[in-house]
Design a protein around this ligand. Sequence first.
Ligand code: CA2
Length: 155
Amino acid sequence: MTDASPSSTPPLIYVLNGPNLNLLGLREPQIYGHVTLADVEALCHQRALGLGVAVSFRQSNHEGVLVDWIHEARTEAAGIVLNAGAYTHTSIAIMDALRGTGVPAIEVHLSNVFQREAFRHHSYPALACVGVIAGLGPMGYELALEALAGRLKRS
Ligand code: CA2
């Protein structure tokens, strides 16, 4: 007999990346290291497996596309990990989209934005996030997934 036991679909977490993050590992290694975005994606899928969640990992250079994905998360995802790149410091639209979804979101930055230029110290999306992780490199994505998976388990 084949194993036909029902297995529930793991909760889906959107991992959204903003402008220029497609260049990760290819330029400015002194700030962002040598790890590519494909490496970060592989790390997220691996970590998600251990946490019993699934990941939809995406990158866009366009603010409106990020807003659309956040809207989509309202019905499709149980959580959002967001590295909005430079839109972090400018985008009221992304903050409003996060507020509109009601889906728990964690903001992640590879670099320690607080050690950098003053304009990187402010984040609009952070006002709509349950937490912020900065300066831990790709591990920040793993920690954000762990925190969201923990919240899901408790809820
Ligand atoms: O530290 C982070 O993760 C940032 O979100 C990265 C953004 C920056 O604007 C934020 O202030 C902090 C920049 C992403 C661009 O990444 C590049 C990677 C390699 C080469 C050029 C850009």
